[in-house]
Design a protein around this ligand. Structure first.
Ligand SMILES: Nc1ncnc2c1ncn2[C@@H]1O[C@H](COP(=O)(O)OP(=O)(O)OP(=O)(O)O)[C@@H](O)[C@H]1O
Ligand SMILES: N[C@@H](CCO)C(=O)O
Length: 309
């Protein structure tokens, strides 16, 4: 039996505007877990933002770990999980995908499954319904992917040179609620334009034409037009960000967090300006996480915010 272990999972932002359900980017805010063999499954939440979560087998992480173990005909051992998180729940920063990635990873390690990243992604994408957040949490960096005919494909990209600023409101917006406002179908003209905009966004990101990428980021036709009314001050934030050097601003995932991309080295400046302009929002300067989900050494416990008991 594996003794104690430590797991660190990055947050993520999805869509980047027009890459609906397809593009994800890992961010340097983390869910961290201390996992110890125990008499029975239980969870201890160290961060106030996790306090409302269940502490027993109703916990999402247990359910995903169990489902993954069952899928491979293995018995999941009893574990105690102490957890801390910098990823606010239901804000569009991939908290559920990080938890799902953690559940799959725990089953992989403690049931000796030896799954590849592609296999973990396939399991996670089937649960999430799209590979954007889960792909970013597993691989790190930028990911572009698709779930089609039950199969997930993903392309991880590592060299995106951008600073990121997020504006996090105090209210939650459940992904399910933000998906319920979307239309069931689109006219051909709109679908063709949306696809062209998304293709151009990707080409611009890959060729480091960040100004063009920012312009495309603000032209989504698939979800933002329907979700913007759910997000207070979205138009004002986009305008102030643009006036102060942002390449582009979009809804992060399903919202309500708003995300701006700016030139490397300019993130803190933009964050300071946006914080002054929107004092009711929590404005943070973030960077891209390039590692994805990682098992950590015990010596990094303090760094992870977990301390031994
Ligand atoms: N660390 C966690 N442990 C257990 N459950 C979690 C954890 N993080 C999130 N969840 C569950 O996921 C829910 C939030 O999922 P939801 O998809 O609505 O938002 P999100 O993943 O934060 O946002 P988005 O998918 O737009 O990035 C929480 O209300 C909670 O039930
Ligand atoms: N692509 C997803 C991300 C949130 O899970 C959405 O926008 O609904």
């Amino acid at each position: 039996m594996i003794a104690q272990s430590f797991l660190k999972v990055p947050a993520s932002t999805a869509n980047l505007g027009p890459g609906f359900d397809s593009i994800g980017l890992a961010l340097n805010r983390y869910l961290t877990l201390e996992i110890t063999p125990a008499e029975e499954w239980c969870f201890e939440h160290l961060s106030p933002l996790l306090k409302a979560l269940p502490t027993d087998q109703n916990h999402l992480i247990y359910q995903i770990a169990k489902k993954t173990a069952d899928q491979y005909g293995k018995t999941l051992p009893e574990l105690k999980i102490r957890m801390e998180s910098e990823i606010p729940l239901a804000r569009g920063l991939g908290s559920s995908a990080a938890a799902i990635a953690a559940g799959i990873e725990i089953a992989d390690k403690y049931c000796g499954l030896s799954l590849s990243n592609k296999e973990k992604l396939q399991i996670g994408t089937k649960i999430e319904g799209h590979p954007d957040n889960i792909g970013a949490s597993i691989y790190g960096g930028l990911v572009i992917g698709v779930l089609v005919d039950g199969k997930t494909e993903i392309v991880p990209i590592k060299d995106v040179d951008l600073d990121i600023v997020v504006l996090i409101p105090s209210y939650e917006l459940k992904t399910e609620d933000a998906r319920n406002v979307l239309p069931d179908s689109f006219e051909r003209k709109q679908a063709v334009a949306a696809s062209a905009i998304s293709n151009t966004l990707i080409a611009a990101l890959l060729s480091k034409q960040y100004s063009l990428a920012g312009t495309m980021m603000e032209r989504d036709l698939l979800h933002e037009p329907y979700r913007i009314p759910l997000i207070k001050d979205f138009g004002k934030i986009r305008k102030v960000a643009k006036e102060n050097g942002a390449f582009g601003t979009a809804i992060s995932g399903a919202g309500p967090t708003v995300i701006s991309f700016t030139e490397k080295g300019m993130g803190q400046r933009l964050a300071n300006i946006l914080q002054k302009s929107f004092p009711s929002l929590q404005v943070e300067f973030l960077k891209i996480d390039e590692q994805g989900i990682q098992w950590e050494e015990a010596s990094s416990l303090q760094k992870m915010g977990l301390s031994e008991k």
